[in-house]
Design a protein around this ligand. Structure first.
Ligand SMILES: CCCCCCCCC/C=C/C(=O)SCCNC(=O)CCNC(=O)[C@H](O)C(C)(C)COP(=O)(O)OP(=O)(O)OC[C@H]1O[C@@H](n2cnc3c(N)ncnc32)[C@H](O)[C@@H]1OP(=O)(O)O
Ligand SMILES: NC(=O)C1=CN([C@@H]2O[C@H](COP(=O)(O)OP(=O)(O)OC[C@H]3O[C@@H](n4cnc5c(N)ncnc54)[C@H](OP(=O)(O)O)[C@@H]3O)[C@@H](O)[C@H]2O)C=CC1
Length: 268
């Protein structure tokens, strides 16, 4: 267990912190003494989450679409004015929609690549230039997804997340000179608000899917947050450039074609 003051006075930005996994990460950092900033696109929902989170500690929020350079720069400016520094960036915002590859339009492909790869890069670049590089210190944790054997049924997000994993390796080396550590956490299927986005025919398969995962359950938001806390803490001081898979061994023994099969059944 981390001590209750493990992140005392650290300034932590959690993208997509209004819901699900990001909310849990924000809550855990607050309970361990950090000052936390959350951002996402929907300001009304962000505000409601911020009210709840602020009962756990010092919390700020700002609407920001991670795909828009101007939004990200305005967020960096707010953090600079309010806190003068940033210690930890958790790139959690993201998402996609299920679709067979042959039916993904240009717009759909670009939306998912922008959301998960380009938005993550933009956030990393802007926060590194504003804070981590001049500070000569910083920690970045990217939430990706378990894409070890590809992601049939969501090929766009598989490609985007693999891109983030490789970006993480490059930056772990390039930015080692600036004392910046960067890692990924790759969740399997996690019981969170994110799963509500999936159509009923897919949700109907969840019970069977849980049995097929070696640890016989979906992950919990706490499972993902615990991995993030570890990678962000000094306990991981010598860990950089890795992806920590949090999936109950789904990547080793789970029928990855399940999702694509359901999608194919819609068409036939
Ligand atoms: C067996 C067990 C298995 C289990 C299987 C479960 C695996 C779980 C693993 C992973 C779980 C998670 O990540 S859970 C997290 C889920 N959370 C999210 O996905 C939330 C964030 N997602 C989003 O915001 C959106 O999905 C995303 C498309 C990425 C970005 O939204 P935007 O507002 O930018 O874009 P939109 O305007 O909505 O859409 C842009 C275009 O994308 C395409 N598009 C968007 N939604 C679409 C849809 N549902 N179906 C087809 N196409 C779609 C269309 O071409 C749209 O253009 P038009 O046609 O012109 O409109
Ligand atoms: N749940 C699961 O099984 C898995 C989840 N993941 C990933 O973990 C992360 C969190 O997922 P989860 O909590 O389950 O899902 P949610 O849908 O609850 O969370 C996604 C969050 O990201 C925000 N967001 C999405 N796009 C943007 C954007 N362009 N700019 C700013 N914020 C954005 C959303 O807020 P808003 O709508 O207000 O913008 C929301 O708070 C996502 O990246 C997801 O893909 C990975 C593997 C499995």
């Amino acid at each position: 267990m981390l001590k209750s003051d493990a992140f005392k006075d650290k300034i932590v930005l959690v993208t997509g912190g209004r819901s699900g996994i990001g909310f849990q990460i924000a809550k855990d950092f607050l309970q361990l003494g950090a000052n936390v900033i959350i951002c996402s696109r929907k300001e009304d929902k962000l505000k409601i989450a911020a009210e709840e989170l602020s009962t756990y500690g010092e919390l700020s929020y700002q609407a920001c679409d991670i795909r828009k350079t101007e939004d990200v720069q305005e967020l960096a400016q707010m953090i600079k004015e309010k806190y003068q520094r940033l210690d930890i960036l958790v790139n959690n915002a993201g998402g996609q929609f299920p679709a067979l590859a042959e039916y993904i339009s240009d717009k759909g492909w670009n939306a998912v690549i922008n959301n998960n790869l380009n938005g993550t890069f933009l956030m990393i670049r802007e926060m590194a230039n504003a804070f981590f590089i001049p500070q000569k210190q910083g920690v970045i944790v990217n939430i990706t997804a378990e894409v070890y054997r590809g992601f049939p049924g969501m090929a766009h997000t598989g490609a985007a997340r693999a891109g983030v994993e490789n970006l993480t390796k490059s930056l772990a080396m390039e930015w080692s000179d600036f004392n910046i550590r960067i890692n990924c956490v790759a969740p399997g299927i996690i019981e969170s608000s994110g799963l509500d986005n999936y159509p009923p025919q897919i949700q109907d398969m969840f019970e069977e899917a849980q049995k097929a995962i070696p640890l016989k359950r979906f992950g919990r938001v706490e499972d993902v947050s615990n991995a993030v806390l570890f990678l962000a803490s000094p306990m991981a001081a010598y860990v950089t450039g890795i992806s920590l898979i949090v999936d109950g061994a789904q990547h080793l023994g789970f029928d990855k074609m399940g999702l694509a099969r359901v999608l194919k059944s819609f068409i036939s």
